[in-house]
Design a binder for this molecule. Structure first.
Ligand SMILES: Nc1ncnc2c1ncn2[C@@H]1O[C@H](COP(=O)(O)OP(=O)(O)OP(=O)(O)O)[C@@H](O)[C@H]1O
Ligand SMILES: [Mg+2]
Length: 736
């Protein structure tokens, strides 16, 4: 047996972690210091030198993708397939135990896992049965409550009773939900862990003993993001044995909003006796510049466990900061840089675009599609595949064509409006019998009164709703039709009621669709073949094409797009952090709570440290969000990076940031962004970032200004004519 392959290529600290005797261990270290590498090598070491069978090892990772990669790397090191070893996510592993012991866990043999949409549908049904008014008691709120309780390991019977109506109703729903799940043999994600914990802890000491004996060593990656129940589960499985290796980084804890507890790292030495803490301080991933920038940003957080990270690597290139005029310009810039990278011999798959909110991907995707650059989105749907977008498009499709049965089926009761399955069955039946569309059938069912009055009313109001959206928007612009449809349909309100980031993100996506419509109008010109096609149906076609434009297949070299959250643990030679603006990142939702702001900063630390060679940070001076133009300031995180590590890229010119007065130049420009340029009263009031129109050059955005009064000069970036300097007094600019 050759162990050199396992310990070669490790530094001293890494080697001491890998070769430590079988005991509890905490590896606490910053990004890119080789934590995941240590974990993989330790598994190989245990198998090779401690004679622990792969069958006796469990390794917990954060995503299934990470689990697959880990398996591959272990196999490479060992030279054999580590069959029998359990590598997976907490949910995946709990699922495995439940499948094997469904009877003991009091489940049906064929129990079904519900995803979050199924779960919501069930809760809605219960709301109706319990006659809860869904405006006062949105189903999402129940869902959020139930999942939160399960993450804490609590069933309805464990929750303290109060006289508070809110608490009482939540608990009542939780009880009804538990019953319905048990009857139907269904289990949700949170239930996987909770049920497994109870099975081992409360019901079956023999089974617990079996697994405690079986697993002689348990390893956990990304330990900083474990929540209460995951932690309890680990404590149970390790028992009194000393056999846990946890690797993590308190600075990368980014799931606090989903119940992750950073304290689990602090408590570890107490709950897992004899745990040695090993710190890794050398970073192997990033250039010195990138690493210093990350260190400087995270230094602004308080209460850190404190780590030093250094690298032997070269300084590398400076971080490029690009101030885009708007989000279109930002995307164009990013795509241009990626093309340059590829032209110089790089791979597309070496580049990643990271963003804070899902909605940001649309404009980026469009720029990539326009330039024919293949891309993949991780941990999320492509924009036009997202549930809320498909629903909104279904309304538009019905407005455009009443005979579109798929669209009708999709949204007839979304959001819920009292049209039950029975009603839909009757309509379907009628459509089939008469060989007409669902729409016609629904009209006839109402006309012939084929259902009880309540059902008929509900159906009639749906038909009216579609007609109303249509008539009220005849002759209006495409974005207004879209806006009207998402408002009147109740989709916006429906998602706005959801608690948490998901609802917020769905609302943002819907608003983004309005932006997409507006942009489409600006670009669309009917070809002769399309003379009879309305702008709306052309828009719908394009959306369908975009959605059907198969995600670049795994083998194709493609750019990686993902949210910052899903980028955890990964690394890429070329990274773009897009939309680094106040309000977007840090997200406005985190502004009030100091704890949340620190979590945003950790997210920024995660983002910066994904980059190996080159990092671009971009922000837009004007961005359409929530249906209006926003002029956000550059993110505070940019200001937290020392100026020496940054160079600004602007209008094809690269300038080093002047250090005069110790203030970065963008800070000054940023302040002026909100001040009107002083001009005499006859000239229009122009401010930076504003859209203007020139009689000859057309429309553009004001980028810069010099001087004041009528002689002031402004720089305008015209959509078609490029950037020009003009004297304000003569230019006849019209503010738009
Ligand atoms: N001793 C070493 N010699 C050479 N390369 C190393 C060494 N240790 C780690 N690396 C490389 O450094 C990079 C980062 O390692 P790894 O992903 O394990 O870090 P990490 O601490 O898990 O990072 P993160 O906190 O982002 O999850 C990888 O490309 C890895 O192969
Ligand atoms: Mg890692």
């Amino acid at each position: 047996m050759d162990v050199t392959a396992i310990i070669d290529g490790l530094n001293d600290a890494q080697r001491s972690a890998v070769t430590a005797p079988v005991q509890n261990l905490l590896v606490l270290a910053g990004a890119g210091s080789g934590k995941t590498r240590v974990l993989v090598h330790r598994i190989a070491w245990l198998v090779q030198t401690e004679n622990i069978s792969p069958y006796s090892i469990m390794s917990v990772t954060f995503t299934n993708k990470a689990a697959r990669e880990m398996r591959g790397r272990i196999e490479e090191l060992l030279g054999v397939n580590p069959g029998g070893m359990w590598v997976g996510t907490f949910h995946g592993l709990a699922h495995r135990i439940l499948r094997a012991h469904w009877r003991e866990a009091q489940l049906n043999e064929n129990f079904q896992i519900m995803d979050s949409d199924d779960q919501l549908r069930l809760i809605k049904r219960l709301c109706k049965e319990m006659q809860l008014d869904d405006t006062r008691w949105p189903a999402r709120q129940f869902q959020w409550y139930i999942n939160g309780q399960k993450d804490e390991g609590l069933r309805s019977r464990h929750i303290e009773r109060t006289n508070d109506v809110f608490d009482k109703t939540m608990i009542r729903m939780y009880e009804a939900y538990e019953d319905a799940c048990d009857r139907g043999g269904m289990i949700d994600f949170g239930e996987l862990l909770l049920r497994c914990l109870e099975l081992l802890r409360d019901h079956n000491p023999k089974l617990l003993a079996h697994y405690q004996e079986r697993f002689r060593y348990i390893l956990v990656d990304e330990f900083q993001d474990t929540n209460a129940i995951q932690y309890a589960w680990l404590r149970l499985l390790t028992g009194h044995e000393r056999k846990l290796m946890a690797v993590g980084d308190d600075d990368q804890s980014i799931y606090g909003w989903r119940g992750a507890r950073i304290e689990n790292i602090q408590n570890l030495p107490e709950h897992f006796p004899g745990a040695d803490t090993i710190r890794l301080e050398q970073n192997y991933r990033s250039t010195n510049t990138i690493l210093q920038a990350a260190n400087a940003v995270i230094a602004n957080n308080r209460g850190r466990l404190g780590k030093q990270l250094w690298t032997e690597g070269a300084d590398g290139e400076k971080i490029s900061l690009y101030a885009a005029f708007n989000e279109q310009d930002e995307s164009r810039f990013i795509v241009g840089q990626i093309q340059k990278w590829v032209d110089e011999g790089g791979l597309r798959s070496e580049s990643a675009i990271l963003y804070r909110s899902n909605a940001q991907s649309r404009v980026l995707e469009e720029a990539l599609i326009r330039s024919g650059v293949p891309y993949r989105i991780y941990g999320g749907h492509r924009f036009y595949d997202r549930l809320e977008i498909k629903n909104a498009l279904a309304y538009l499709r019905l407005v455009s064509n009443r005979e579109d049965d798929t669209a009708m089926e999709r949204v007839i009761n979304v959001p819920t409006r009292g049209i039950g399955t029975r009603t839909i069955d009757v309509v379907r039946e009628h459509a089939r019998a008469e060989n007409v569309s669902m729409w016609r059938a629904a009209n006839e069912v109402v006309e012939y009164k084929k259902l009880p009055a309540r059902a008929l009313n509900a159906l009639q109001s749906f038909l009216n709703l579609i007609n109303q959206i249509d008539t009220e928007t005849t002759g209006t612009a495409l974005n207004e039709i879209t806006d009207h449809a998402i408002q009147l349909s109740g989709l916006i309100e429906h998602h706005a009621k959801e608690k948490g980031e998901k609802g917020q993100s769905r609302v943002e996506n819907l608003e983004e669709l309005v932006n997409a419509a507006k942009q489409f109008s600006g670009q669309w010109e009917a070809t002769p073949e399309e003379a009879n096609v309305s702008e709306l149906s052309a828009f719908l076609d394009q959306a369908a094409l975009d959605a059907g434009d198969a995600q670049a297949d795994t083998n194709q070299d493609s750019v990686q797009l993902m949210t910052l959250h899903s980028a955890k643990g990964l690394e890429f030679p070329l990274v773009f952090l897009a939309g680094v603006e106040e309000g977007l990142f840090p997200h406005s939702m985190s502004a009030e709570e100091p704890g949340r702001m620190e979590e945003e900063r950790r997210l920024c630390y995660v983002g910066i440290t994904r980059a190996m060679k080159k990092l671009f940070i971009t922000y837009a001076e004007s961005r359409r969000m929530h249906g209006q133009d926003n002029f956000n300031r550059p993110s505070r995180f940019i200001q937290e990076i020392p100026a020496e590590f940054i160079e600004e890229v602007r209008l094809n010119a690269t300038v080093s940031r002047p250090m005069s007065q110790g203030r970065p130049s963008y800070g000054q420009r940023d302040n002026s962004m909100f001040n009107n340029v002083q001009v005499d009263d006859s000239a229009p009031k122009i401010y930076l970032g504003q859209r203007v129109k020139h009689p000859i050059f057309g429309e553009g955005i004001v980028l810069n200004c010099e001087g004041d009064g009528p002689k002031a000069r402004v720089q305008v970036n015209f959509d078609d004519e490029g950037s020009k300097w003009l004297v304000l007094g003569f230019a006849k600019l019209e503010a738009l």
